[in-house]
Ligand binder design. Structure first.
Ligand SMILES: *Cc1c(COP(=O)(O)O)cnc(C)c1O
Length: 417
């Protein structure tokens, strides 16, 4: 039945859970099989040529993709309400592939000042190749507008920043990019399509670290670039002549595939695509539990005498609380951070945790804790940390799906000393 004639269209979740089976897997398997093949064969030379020239769908050499990855790509597009996607070996590979494909020396881009630490490190590498980057406080679209130049091509932000939990002016930046014809890239790793679909605020492209919430089990790495279909690539100067074929809505992602996968080689393995797709089936259930836990733990931590400050968008005291509530449907994510009162030993407190794991990584089923200034933000030095508002005693928590009472008991024990 077409969506028009069906009075009650099927939910995204049902479509996700049944996507492989309905696409016709051999022997009625309910999961797309793993296809680790490096190459694919054709019966006739004409077919091989047609696939190479993009006139017929198919696979040629697995660096550009494999059927297991393609099944995951279809699911990600479904989850994001988007047109299509391309999967990569890691989240950083997806961001790197996108930047490499779309930007040239002499171009300018505007990025949020509060990005996942490895992204500015990558942008620093690209700056060495002639890219101009301006960092702004993305909590207000006016800061982005003030940074635009005639050679600005792209604006890049995350939804909820790590570890400070600042919420970007996602709708305001979307309106600005639409008016100025700029490519608007939103890293939706922290919110996932369960809380927020960047297409709703006019994003052109969405980036994911699939390693995090979408997989959820910490058992595979992956990344994705999702194309919302909203950007008119016929107006974008950096699309090569070879990819200006057919409907312009597809040009951007074709170039990202060719440059980011074929040339860069950051391809997602079939085994990992399979593990990530299995994890994605429970994203909704996990986010429900983790967001409720994070809100409960944030409120509880705020009331403890040893805790000086808690950063969580679900708290009324958070500067973008109202924005987060409006954008994310009354849930606020699994990430929070907090600082102990001056003089208390943060590292000793962390050593007393028995449930929460001392670990990097985010949006796992298990609760994870890390002192950020000494670890993920160490390399950038004290001055840059101060600019980013990262105190030496700041602890980041990625809240898992354990019962809240177990988490409170764990932190109560650790705080008491
Ligand atoms: C982890 C992360 C990335 C990088 O993803 P990997 O899969 O670790 O390469 C990018 N963006 C955000 C917001 C992340 O949290």
């Amino acid at each position: 039945m077409s969506p028009e004639s069906d009075p009650r269209p099927e939910s995204t979740l049902t479509r996700l859970l049944h996507a492989d089976r309905r696409a016709g897997v051999e022997q009625g398997a309910v999961h797309k099989p793993m296809h680790p093949a490096a190459t694919f064969s054709y019966r006739t030379a004409a077919e091989l040529v047609a696939v190479f020239q993009g006139r017929q769908p198919g696979y040629v050499y697995a660096r550009q993709g494999n059927p297991t990855g393609a099944a995951l790509e279809a699911k990600l597009a479904l989850m994001e309400g988007a047109r299509a996607s391309a999967v990569f070996a890691t989240g950083m590979a997806a961001i790197g592939g996108l930047m490499l494909a779309l930007l040239r020396g002499g171009d300018h881009m505007v990025a949020s000042r509060h990005l996942f630490g490895n992204t500015p490190s990558l942008l620093g590498t690209l700056a060495g190749l002639g890219l101009e980057v301006t960092y702004v406080d993305a909590a207000d679209a006016a800061n982005v507008a003030a940074a635009l130049r005639p050679n600005t091509r792209l604006v890049f932000t995350e939804t909820v920043a790590n570890p400070g939990t600042q919420v970007a002016d996602l709708a305001g930046i979307g309106a600005l990019c639409r008016d100025r014809g700029l490519v608007y890239v939103v890293d939706n790793t922290m919110t996932t399509p369960e809380l927020f679909r960047p297409r709703d605020v006019g994003a052109s492209l969405i980036v994911h670290s699939l390693t995090k919430g979408i997989a959820g089990h910490g058992h595979a790495m992956g990344g994705a670039v999702v194309d919302t279909g909203l950007y008119d690539w016929s107006t974008y100067p950096n699309v090569a002549e070879a990819y200006r074929q057919g409907d312009p809505v597809g040009w951007g992602l074709v170039q990202i595939r060719k440059k980011g996968l074929r040339d860069f080689g950051a391809t997602l393995r079939a085994e990992d695509a399979h593990r990530i797709a299995t994890g994605a089936e429970t994203l909704g259930l996990r986010m429900q539990a983790a967001c409720a836990n994070a809100l409960g733990l944030a409120q509880w931590l705020q009331a403890q005498p040893q805790v000086a400050r808690v950063h969580y968008p679900g708290l009324g005291s958070h500067p973008q609380h109202e924005r987060a509530r409006a954008l994310f449907g009354g849930r606020y994510g699994a990430l929070l951070s907090f600082e102990l009162q001056p003089g208390l030993d943060t590292l000793a407190m962390l050593d007393r945790l028995q449930v929460a794991i001392l670990s990097s990584h985010l949006s796992d089923t298990r609760t994870l804790a890390i002192p950020v200034a000494q670890t993920i933000f160490w390399e950038m030095g004290p001055q840059r940390r101060a600019e980013m508002g990262i105190a030496d005693g700041l602890v980041r928590l990625s809240v898992g799906i354990e019962p809240l009472a177990d988490l409170q008991a764990d932190f109560a024990r650790a705080l008491k000393g």
